[in-house]
Design a protein around this ligand. Structure first.
Ligand code: RP5
Length: 174
């Protein structure tokens, strides 16, 4: 039975080797005070555990699943096939063209079972966490307020960077 401290987001990954590459997803959730859990579950090594996890996620109070995997990255799609919760696919970089295999196998879901895939590497993991926050904010006024403040801070940060660049350019010209 979910309680007030139950995780709202489940982060699953195909291997513990993925964790350092996707840690930023969890960091984003921490920044917004969103309770989450983390599991290593593999679509091909532990298919039955993936099924049990995804099928039981909603009943345990989870609202969003972030599924990270590399290579033939079918974890997000398989998880999505066992739940109607939103699943955010997070492709993990590999040695094959930097992870193009992960990206395509995560994002190219055939029709009827969607996966909301984010980018490969770079801001992808952080965006996975932030997208989960935005989904949760649909029904949480507190999170909406935090998101508004976050976006406002982004504007201030970029504005300050622009002003600093303009000053530097003026100095260069002088
Ligand atoms: C995938 O295979 C995992 O998500 C990981 O990205 C990749 C390699 O896993 P390990 O061989 O490092 O366990 O299932």
């Amino acid at each position: 039975m979910p309680d007030a401290t139950s995780p709202l987001v489940g982060i699953v990954m195909g291997s513990d080797s993925d964790w350092p590459k996707i840690r930023a997803a969890a960091t984003a959730l921490e920044e917004f005070g969103v309770a989450f859990e983390v599991r290593v579950l593999s679509a091909h090594r532990t298919p039955e555990l993936v099924r049990q996890y995804a099928a039981g996620a909603a009943a345990r109070g989870l609202k969003v699943i972030i599924a990270a995997a590399g290579g033939a990255a079918h974890l997000a799609g398989v998880a999505a096939s066992h739940t109607t919760l939103p699943v955010i696919g997070l492709p993990v970089p590999t040695d094959v063209s930097g992870g193009l295999d992960s990206l395509l196998s995560t994002v190219q879901m055939p029709a009827d079972v969607p996966v909301a895939a984010v980018g490969l590497g770079g801001g992808g993991p952080r965006n996975a966490g932030l997208l989960a926050v935005q989904i949760l904010a649909l029904g949480d006024a507190g999170l909406q307020t935090k998101l508004a403040a976050f976006r406002h801070a982004l504007v201030e940060k970029v504005t300050a960077k622009n002003e600093a660049l303009q000053r530097a350019l003026r100095t260069e010209k002088a």
